[in-house]
Design a binder for this molecule. Structure first.
Ligand SMILES: NC(=O)C1=CN([C@@H]2O[C@H](COP(=O)(O)OP(=O)(O)OC[C@H]3O[C@@H](n4cnc5c(N)ncnc54)[C@H](OP(=O)(O)O)[C@@H]3O)[C@@H](O)[C@H]2O)C=CC1
Ligand SMILES: O=CC(=O)O
Length: 327
């Protein structure tokens, strides 16, 4: 009998086809939760899970007695209770590295779209309002030669810095818990404490993981510290931002505008007050969502799954020291 796998949300069809040669596949294309009988059965029988953003917590693990590996099709793994997985000797994997350039392209695009007010002006043209020349209150702000503060100078943060430094002559500041010497040397990026970065930057770009430590790292106090001409970009996770504080900052003019690819709740509710504001550009979490990148991420996640279920060390094992060395 083939091992059983549960495929959750976005996994490339070609990759699912390959997986089906070795595994019995059950695919849930949309959000399904504990309580749905078909989902419960698939979880109960699954040897492996591959997919996007399934909340794997104690509650789910309690009804998944056969589970050996969970493979995220994402670099972020805030959906996984890693401690609990490790305690149960269940492997967890992600897809780092291969989405850096694609995500950096999207975040730079969002930054430029926000600075130059591209979505708003696109609507202006398409709705037939362009009957006189552009007015000064429709002008955007320059991106080139400005100061970009990156909170989270890791893989994606560095890919953003590379574009900003070489492509737009921007001055780069960054904040991490530890210094990134390579970014300092390659992109002349200067390390700052968070408060200093917020006070000095024309653009603040959030690119950290979502952890207990980073929850609402951007709150009322942090938005107040930013220049009132500055633009805030969130390409990381919604939980890292206090959405009420962001709304307040945008509404009161504490900052000029914001571009966000991620929300606290996704999909975001239609009545999210942020959606009523003119000075925010929103995207439905598209950082890595290109044809090429989604395929490559699915392939890497499938490689993790195959290796793990065939008794080999998956290339992107997250709980490596605690799991692999114990076994
Ligand atoms: N919008 C989208 O579609 C996408 C969003 N993402 C999000 O981006 C995140 C980053 O991805 P990636 O660049 O690959 O990750 P990396 O691990 O390479 O980089 C994360 C960076 O954040 C820093 N960091 C971590 N914790 C803190 C903290 N408490 N305070 C300050 N800095 C911190 C790390 O430095 P140090 O350890 O020194 O603190 C590191 O430089 C992902 O976790 C995911 O949530 C990823 C892909 C696509
Ligand atoms: O948000 C996407 C990811 O890969 O993480």
């Amino acid at each position: 009998m083939k091992p059983k796998i549960l495929v959750y949300m976005r996994v490339d069809d070609r990759v699912i086809k390959e997986l089906a040669k070795d595994f019995e596949v059950t695919h849930f294309k949309n959000h399904e939760y504990i309580g749905d009988p078909a989902f419960d059965q698939a979880i109960r029988e699954a040897d492996g899970i591959i997919g996007l953003a399934l909340k794997v917590n104690k509650e789910l693990l309690d009804v998944a007695p056969n589970l050996k590996i969970v493979c995220n099709v994402s670099v972020g793994y805030d959906n996984l209770d890693l401690e609990e997985l490790t305690r149960r000797k269940i492997m967890a994997t992600n897809t780092p590295g291969i989405l850096d350039d694609t995500t950096a392209d999207a975040i730079l695009g969002l930054l430029i779209a926000t600075a130059r007010r591209i979505p708003e002006l696109d609507s202006f043209v398409k709705s037939g309002q362009w009957d006189i020349s552009l007015q000064p209150d429709q002008y955007g702000v320059d991106v080139h030669h400005k100061t970009l503060g990156i909170i989270g100078m890791g893989n994606i943060g560095s890919a953003i810095a590379r574009r900003a430094h070489f492509g737009f002559n921007m001055k780069i500041l960054y904040h991490n818990r530890s210094q990134n010497k390579e970014a300092g040397e390659k992109y002349q990026a200067t390390y700052c404490e968070l408060d200093e970065l917020l006070e000095k930057s024309d653009f603040v770009c959030l690119m950290i993981p979502s952890t207990k430590e980073t929850e609402k790292i951007m709150g009322y106090e942090q938005f107040k510290r930013m220049k009132n001409t500055a633009i805030f970009i969130n390409g990381s996770r919604g939980n890292n931002v206090d959405e009420d504080a962001l709304y307040n900052a945008l509404k009161n003019g504490d900052i000029l505008s914001a571009g966000i690819d991620v929300f606290t709740q996704e999909p975001t509710p239609k009545d999210n007050p942020l959606l009523q504001l003119k000075n925010i550009v929103t995207l439905p979490h598209i950082g890595s969502s290109t044809m090429e990148c989604e395929y490559n991420m699915s392939k890497l996640a499938a490689e993790n799954l195959m290796k793990g279920l065939h008794g080999k060390k998956p290339p992107c094992l997250l709980n490596v020291t605690s799991f692999w060395e114990q076994s």
